[in-house]
Design a binder for this molecule. Structure first.
Ligand SMILES: CC1=C(CCC(=O)O)c2cc3nc(cc4[nH]c(cc5[nH]c(cc1n2)c(C)c5CCC(=O)O)c(CCC(=O)O)c4C)C(CCC(=O)O)=C3C
Ligand SMILES: [Fe+2]
Length: 366
């Protein structure tokens, strides 16, 4: 077991106990679980991965065939796992630099290393209580509630030995997340030639989700949270990048056409912008933490091709995960939680998602 300690007493909270220049937190944490989505790492893994993602979700088989092709286009390998390992490497360095002795474990919802196996390994290693960082900035079902379900399922699979798992909050409006995205937007503008730069429209994208008409606005897992937060992040990023006008659109819709999802889609929106006479776009995939398959296929491939057909200039901003500030933000979320600090957030809209052992995310609770 590894007690969480600080080499630098400057990080200490009033409640911490100091001895030998290190600070330990009574009743605190042995580890950090980095929880993500997962992705295939070879052609034979594509189909079973997709079966895991869509189990019981009513995604039509034709859509699965189509998405399988996107993965096969890249040799059956999603970049997501490599990118997560890169982020975890920077996270390890950041923790070490701050003198925090907190081992990081990696588990995924849909592919290896599966969170069930990781939590089992944590128990084997004697971890009794761990923090969880999930790689989604958002509320709503896919971004928040489903990660709580993952936590509960993994603990159930491990049984009595399972550590307590305390999830960190949603980070859609964390200043380091917002500024990493804003600087990426500035760099993307700089990629356009000078004449298109001046008239380029800033277009934010996030993963579309199904709208459930009968749902209580703001209820746990509701698309309402997700929608509001994506719009807040877009506003904050545009402001920090010094851009006045912008649009928020959606991408990567699945599910049967009869079911309503958030619209418009980025590709349709390019037609609309073209009709308005817009000559260039900068797209910013704020909905995603890294350049995984939905970004490199749906934006770098489909949307870029559509823009070329229409003769519209096109640049895509980097995702926040590659920015060193992202790993710093994760450690800030840890210290914020441990020290009971006021959340560092730029929006007045609530954050949630900080519950224990997969209890539902109560809006406004963090
Ligand atoms: C809100 C949201 C995020 C952002 C928050 C978060 O990051 O969690 C996200 C992330 C991701 N989604 C991903 C991949 C997929 N999502 C699918 C399907 C779906 N996503 C949904 C929503 C979201 N998804 C929904 C409502 C569905 C319908 C079925 C269901 O209700 O679950 C499908 C099935 C095929 C298809 O229908 O497209 C795949 C393959 C990958 C990994 C990509 C890679 O491999 O690099 C990542 C990071
Ligand atoms: Fe998805």
């Amino acid at each position: 077991m590894w007690p969480l300690t600080w080499a630098d007493p400057g990080w200490a909270a009033a409640s911490a106990q100091r001895h030998h220049g290190r600070v330990s937190y009574p009743g605190s944490y042995d580890a950090l679980l980095y929880l993500s989505f997962g992705g295939p790492e070879g052609p034979e893994e594509v189909r079973p991965f997709l079966e895991n993602v869509t189990r019981g979700r009513g995604v039509p088989p034709q859509r699965l065939d189509e998405v399988a092709e996107h993965y096969h286009h890249f040799g059956g390998v999603s970049p997501i796992t490599r990118l997560n390992r890169d982020i975890m490497a920077r996270l390890g360095t950041e923790l070490a630099d701050r003198g925090m002795d907190l081992p990081v474990y990696f588990g995924n919802r849909n592919w290896h290393p599966l969170v069930e196996d990781t939590v089992g390994r944590m128990a084997d290693d004697g971890v009794r209580r761990a923090l969880v960082f999930a790689t989604s900035a958002w509320g709503g079902y896919s971004g928040c509630k489903q990660y709580h379900e993952d936590i509960a399922r993994a603990r159930e699979a491990v049984g009595d030995r399972a550590p307590d798992l305390v999830k960190l909050r949603q980070f859609y409006d964390h200043p380091l997340f917002v500024h990493a995205n804003a600087d990426a937007v500035r760099r993307a503008y700089a990629e356009l030639d000078t004449s298109s730069r001046e008239q380029a429209r800033l277009v934010f994208t996030a993963h579309s989700v199904p709208l459930k008409a009968d749902e209580q606005p703001g209820a746990d897992g509701s698309p309402w949270w997700y929608f509001r937060q994506v719009h807040e992040t877009a506003r904050l990023v545009a402001e920090a990048a010094g851009v006045d006008g912008y649009d928020v659109v959606w991408q990567s819709r699945s599910g049967p056409p009869s079911v309503p999802w958030l619209e418009p889609d980025i590709v349709d929106h390019l037609d609309e912008l073209h009709a308005q006479g817009v000559g260039a776009v900068v797209t910013s995939p704020i909905g995603f933490v890294s350049d995984h398959l939905e970004v490199v296929w749906d934006l770098d491939n489909e949307a870029r091709q559509k823009a070329e057909e229409l003769g519209i200039g096109f640049a895509r901003a980097d995702t926040a995960g590659t920015d060193p500030r992202f790993a710093r933000m994760i450690v800030d979320l840890v210290t914020e939680h441990l020290d009971g600090q006021e959340p560092r957030k730029l929006s007045a809209l609530a954050s949630a998602g900080c519950t224990t052992n997969g209890e539902p995310c109560a809006p406004g609770s963090c």
